[in-house]
Write a protein that binds this ligand. Structure first.
Ligand code: CP
Length: 344
């Protein structure tokens, strides 16, 4: 199975979750480390909490705050570049009235050799409640979660997982399914989602496959064989290298960035060849039904995996994904820090 090596001691024990009573508590874990270990009801607990925070974000200027994390400290600790995830966690924390700190790795004592454990111990000495971490190595959030008492949120670990991206993507799809069907209770059951592109290097793809399939969606992954990880079929997805086949009868087209920085050699003959066979553009979109949504986690390699015309077109919900990211991250931080309490 396509699965990076992860620490097996501690964090998973601390994160085991029994079936919870939806009336009283939506979340029991200390941390959010990945989607793989979550049960459907835990994912739905986050998705059902997020609309409260969409409403907060839609209030008039000067009123976009709630005191749910007042007096708590949220630390953003990013070891890789980020625009959307870092800013939306910071904004989400501020809208929950938390104090926020950003650690800039290049300006921290990590460059003098301080270990991650020691750095986090020092952050905890200043009474951090939630630590949001992105790291190039798979499993770093899991190791830290096992050894430290702060709530750890994985904001992307290597090519392993990016759980809040999957949650905001599922939330965005659910919003549109509800709008398209007129059913305010509809979920992702039976929704057909095609994930197109560099699946092999994508933590977003892994988290989304777990998330969408746990919610009952039917997922197809499509890429040249060299960009498909061995064993991906065992995650419960249909696999094809034909874009036309992937796009027929889909409700959602989820495009992935080609991660040139994670590829150590060219994995397809040429960029021109990739564009010709796999780019989502006006021409390839003719194979898909007219209602199909266009999604992308960002950042986009414009006119490589996705044409600008389609990225900016009427079917694209890419910026809605970004807006929903704030509400979903508010929901995650509220549930972690406030013992899974539902909002009425
Ligand atoms: N989608 C995503 O993780 O974007 P950033 O790298 O900008 O955070």
């Amino acid at each position: 199975m396509w699965k990076p090596m992860l620490p097996t001691r501690g964090s998973l024990d601390m994160n085991t979750s029994t079936r919870v009573d939806h009336e009283n508590v939506l979340w029991q874990r200390k941390d959010l480390l990945g989607i793989e270990e979550l049960a459907r009801h835990e994912i739905e607990g986050v998705l059902d909490t997020a609309p409260h925070f969409v409403a907060v974000s839609q209030r008039g200027s000067g009123m976009k705050k709630v005191p749910l994390l007042q007096g708590r400290l949220v630390v953003n600790w990013f070891h890789e570049p980020s625009t959307r995830t870092r800013t939306s966690f910071e904004l989400a924390a501020k809208r929950l009235s938390a104090d926020t700190l950003n650690i800039v790795t290049s300006a921290s004592s990590e460059v003098k050799g301080e270990t991650l454990d020691d750095t986090l111990a020092n952050i905890e000495a200043m009474h951090s409640d939630i630590v949001v971490i992105r790291h190039a190595n798979a499993g770093v959030p899991h190791l830290l979660a096992a050894r430290h008492k702060s709530h750890i949120i994985n904001a992307g670990d290597g090519a392993h997982e990016h759980p809040t991206q999957a949650l905001l993507d599922a939330f965005t799809i659910r919003q549109h399914v509800r709008k398209q069907t007129g059913n305010a209770e509809a979920g992702l059951d039976g929704v057909r989602i095609a994930i197109i592109g560099d699946v092999a290097h994508s933590r977003v793809a892994r988290s989304n496959i777990w998330c969408f399939t746990k919610l009952g969606a039917s997922v197809t992954v499509c890429a040249p064989r060299t960009l498909l990880p061995a064993g991906v079929e065992r995650m419960g997805v249909r696999v094809t290298s034909s874009l036309r086949e992937a796009l027929e009868d889909v409700d959602v087209i989820y495009t992935l960035r080609i991660q040139f920085e994670r590829q150590h050699s060219m994995l397809f003959p040429s960029l021109r060849e990739y564009i010709k066979l796999y780019r989502i553009d006006a021409q390839s979109l003719r194979w898909a039904p007219p209602h199909a949504l266009i999604m992308h986690p960002g950042p986009i390699n414009r006119d490589i995996e996705l044409s600008s015309e389609v990225a900016d077109g009427s079917r694209s919900v890419i910026l809605e994904q970004v807006s929903n990211g704030v509400a979903v991250r508010m929901a995650v931080m509220h549930l972690l820090a406030n013992k899974g309490r539902p909002l009425s």
